[in-house]
Structure formats: structure tokens, C-alpha cells
Design a protein around this ligand. Structure first.
Ligand code: KE4
Length: 428
């Protein structure tokens, strides 16, 4: 594959955009090489600026669950744009998508729309703190909830002390209210709760993790979190920015039959336009301004174009429940194919999958948390990434990301991908 045009465009971008990108993961720092500049996309395929066609397994980090340029979404946005793009005033459309989301997702009565997953998660913990009148939160190492200060935290000095910033610009004052737990480790969570009695407002978690590769919750883990939260007056926040409307019509709450207190959304809910959201039962959501004391706002929140895209996407998912079955079947087929060819080529690997979220780790040991995810052989991953790119298959440019399968993929695409992995893994 040639990337001459992408290289030229990257050099120009670097002059006026920090790192040449508007989000760091796009810069290929984890895998090396020049980021690919995309010209257009349709269905399961990306078309880059050098004329290469790529099968897309990232799909804008999740939103394109029905494929790029999905016609009902495109048509809805075009029609809506002709009527004005933003008013800063309520519209019926917002009520329509809110009512549909509430009908699809268990245990929520009301939903507030924002413009990104970061905003949704940031607002959710502020709401939890306001509702419980407590300051601290627990998050899990390796889980990502966007880039607001309270989440950019690494392990603190001791097992049960507060966290410390993992980015300049995040203050110790902020970090002291974030406790860091180990994913899939209920005992560790209990230790943190006991060491901070009646001080913890919320536990926020990716109920199926996607930012350490894909990491499923161990059997009983989410149920255990639900129990300790109920027992200690702590709100359980499911960050479903990745999993919402992807792993099931009602997300992980439906998939695993677990009740969260607050749920956050992004990605799919916007159909590819900037939408985030957070939702809960009415007694919690009514704490939000203008009817409650917890302030949260946004000029473009509920924006007509974004709402039109999101409504068209949710309607499609609500009307054709077979989509979720197809996503499961296609991803299971891909998993079996990858496993078959990597085993045949004597590659050391493990595959994690929940529904249409899947990741390949070059390590024999099970990947169940951030520490084990970090044990993967990154040099092999780099060969894997670039080898597949050269074959026309685009996977995440980082071993710490999950792949997002789209229903637009055909079984021919999946077979092509499996054959490409067979060819590339023979060179390891
Ligand atoms: P955004 O602010 O990027 O819309 O959402 C933040 C977020 C919140 N919660 C979860 C579980 C997420 O995965 C994300 C964002 N995901 C990353 C992919 N790992 C977005 C890609 C990027 O940062 O460019």
C-alpha cells in the first residue's frame, strides 16, 4: 500500500494542529508510521487519500455499527440541515429521541443529551456527587471515561489511598477524590470502600471494558459491584459509551441483567455525529438544573443535526432486533477464523470478545485487567497492525483498543480478513 498523500497531508496538519491530529490515538504513536488520512467511507469500507480501500474494524471507535454513510442517517441530517442547524431552544426532536432511548434502555426514566462521551461521564459523576453529597469516586485502572480531570488518574502511593494525576494539568486536589481499583477484583473494591467509609459517591466502570482491549467482566463481578454499591449508598455508574446500543438494544444492563444507577452513552447514540448522554431514574435526574441544584449545560446539547442522526440510528436498531444477532454471529465467525489461523501458525495469542467487541492479545495468559493487558507483545502487535493495513484491513492502531464490528461487514469481508491474518501471521 502507498501512503504518499497521507504523508503529505500529515506534514501539513502538524504545522497547524498539535501532533497533526485532533485526538491522540489517531497519530499511530503506539504502532509507528504515518496516520492514514481518509477521503470517504461507505458501509464497511474506508477510502483513503491514496486511493486505498480498507475494511474498517474501528468504525470511528464504535458509532458506525450499521456502516459508514448509513442512508437513513445521512438523509435525516441533510433534511434537518435545510431547516436550520442550531437554535439553542428546545425542539420536538429531542423529546422523540429521549423517549425512544428511555424505551430501549432498562432502569432509566430520563436522559440528558450532551456532545461527547467525556461530557456524559463528567456530568454523571457531578450528578452522583450532588445527589449523594459525597466527594470521592472509584474508577478502575485501564478504564477510560473521557479526558475530564477526575478520570486522568493513576494508582496513588498506597493500595487504598487516593490517586495521583496521570497528566500534567490535573491537580493533586482533583486526584485526591479519585480512588483507583483493579478491574475484576471485588476484594480490592471492598478494601477501598472500607478505607473511605461514607465518602464515596459513585463507582464508575466500563461494564465490558474496551480501553484495555476488550475485557469481559468475570462472572459475578458486576453483581458484586451492584451489591456493595447498594449496601454502602454508592451510585453504580455504567459507562456504556462503547457498549450502549451495541452489545444489546438495552446495552449491558440488558445483556447481563444488572441494574446501574446512572448510565452514560456516546458513539452509537449519535449515529456518527457528536452526541453523548447520561440517564438514570427520575429521582436522580431531577437533581439536574434547571429543576435541581446540580448544574450542567451546553450550547449545542440536543443539536438538531445530531439528534436527527441519533434518532435515525436508534430507530434502525429498535426496528430490527436481528441486527444484534447478526453482529454476534459475524463476530463469533471472525473470532473462530482468527483463532484457527493463529493456532495453525503457532502464534501465542488470546482473544477476548463480548458480542461485536473483540480484541487480539499476543500473550498466552488470560487478559482480565490492565496489568495483564500490558503483558501483550507489542512488537508482534505492530507487525500485525501494519501487515493487515498493507493487506487492506484497518484495525485499531493500539493494542489497548477493542475492534468494533459493523453489520455492514459481509462474510466475504470476514473471510478476506481471516486470510489476511493467516498471511501476516506467517511472518511473525
Ligand atoms: P468521547 O469524549 O471520546 O466521545 O468519549 C469518551 C469515552 C468515554 N467512555 C468510554 C468507554 C470511551 O471508550 C470513550 C472514548 N473512546 C475512545 C476510544 N478508546 C475514543 C477515541 C479517541 O479518544 O479518539
Amino acid at each position: 500500500m502507498m501512503y504518499q498523500r497521507s504523508s503529505q497531508l500529515f506534514a501539513e496538519a502538524e504545522k497547524v494542529i498539535p501532533g497533526g491530529v485532533n485526538s491522540p490515538v489517531r497519530a499511530f504513536k503506539a504502532v509507528g508510521g504515518t496516520p492514514i488520512f481518509v477521503k470517504s467511507a461507505k458501509g464497511a469500507y474506508l477510502y483513503d487519500e491514496d486511493g486505498n480501500k480498507l475494511i474498517d474494524y474501528i468504525n470511528s471507535w464504535g458509532p458506525m455499527v450499521l456502516g459508514h454513510a448509513y442512508a437513513p442517517v445521512v438523509e435525516a441530517v441533510i433534511e434537518k440541515a435545510k431547516l436550520g442547524t442550531s437554535f439553542g431552544m428546545p425542539t420536538e426532536l429531542e423529546t422523540q429521541i429521549a423517549a425512544l432511548a428511555v424505551s430501549m434502555v432498562p432502569n432509566i426514566d430520563k436522559i440528558r443529551f450532551v456532545n461527547s462521551g467525556t461530557e456524559a461521564c463528567m456530568s454523571a459523576i457531578r450528578l452522583a456527587r450532588g445527589y449523594t453529597k459525597r466527594d470521592k469516586i472509584i474508577k478502575f485502572a485501564g478504564c477510560y471515561h473521557g479526558h475530564s480531570d477526575s478520570f486522568l488518574i493513576q494508582a496513588g502511593s498506597g493500595a487504598v489511598t487516593f490517586g495521583s494525576p496521570n497528566s500534567p494539568g490535573v491537580t493533586e486536589g482533583t486526584a485526591k477524590d479519585t480512588l483507583l481499583a483493579k478491574y475484576n477484583d471485588l476484594e480490592n473494591v471492598a478494601t477501598l470502600i472500607n478505607a473511605n467509609k461514607n465518602e464515596i459517591a459513585a463507582i464508575i466502570i466500563e461494564p465490558v471494558a474496551g480501553n484495555m482491549g476488550c475485557i469481559p467482566p468475570n462472572k459475578g463481578f458486576l453483581e458484586g459491584l451492584r451489591q456493595v454499591c447498594t449496601e454502602n449508598g454508592i451510585l453504580l455508574i455504567f459507562d456504556e459509551v462503547m457498549t450502549g446500543f451495541r452489545l444489546a438494544r438495552g446495552g449491558v444492563q440488558e445483556l447481563f441483567n444488572i441494574k446501574a444507577d446512572i448510565v452514560t452513552f456516546g458513539k452509537v447514540i449519535g449515529g456518527g455525529l457528536p452526541v453523548g448522554a447520561f440517564a438514570a431514574r427520575a429521582e436522580i435526574m431531577n437533581y439536574l438544573a434547571p429543576i435541581g441544584p446540580v448544574y450542567q449545560a451546553g450550547t449545542l446539547s440536543g443539536n438538531p443535526l445530531a439528534m436527527a442522526a441519533g434518532l435515525a440510528m436508534l430507530q434502525a436498531l429498535d426496528n430490527d432486533r436481528a441486527i444484534f444477532t447478526r453482529l454476534e454471529e459475524k463476530t463469533a465467525y471472525l473470532e473462530a477464523g482468527i483463532s484457527r489461523v493463529l493456532k495453525a501458525n503457532n502464534v501465542v495469542f488470546t482473544i477476548n470478545r463480548v458480542g461485536s467487541m473483540i480484541s487480539v492479545h499476543f500473550d498466552a495468559a488470560p487478559v482480565t485487567d490492565f496489568k495483564s493487558a500490558a503483558n501483550g507483545d507489542n512488537e508482534t502487535f505492530k507487525k500485525f497492525f501494519h501487515g493487515l493495513l498493507n493487506e487492506g484491513v484497518y484495525i485499531a492502531p493500539s493494542a489497548y483498543e477493542t475492534w468494533f464490528i459493523t453489520d455492514a461487514l459481509t462474510y466475504e469481508d470476514l473471510d478476506f480478513t481471516i486470510q489476511a491474518i493467516d498471511k501476516v501471521s506467517k511472518t511473525f
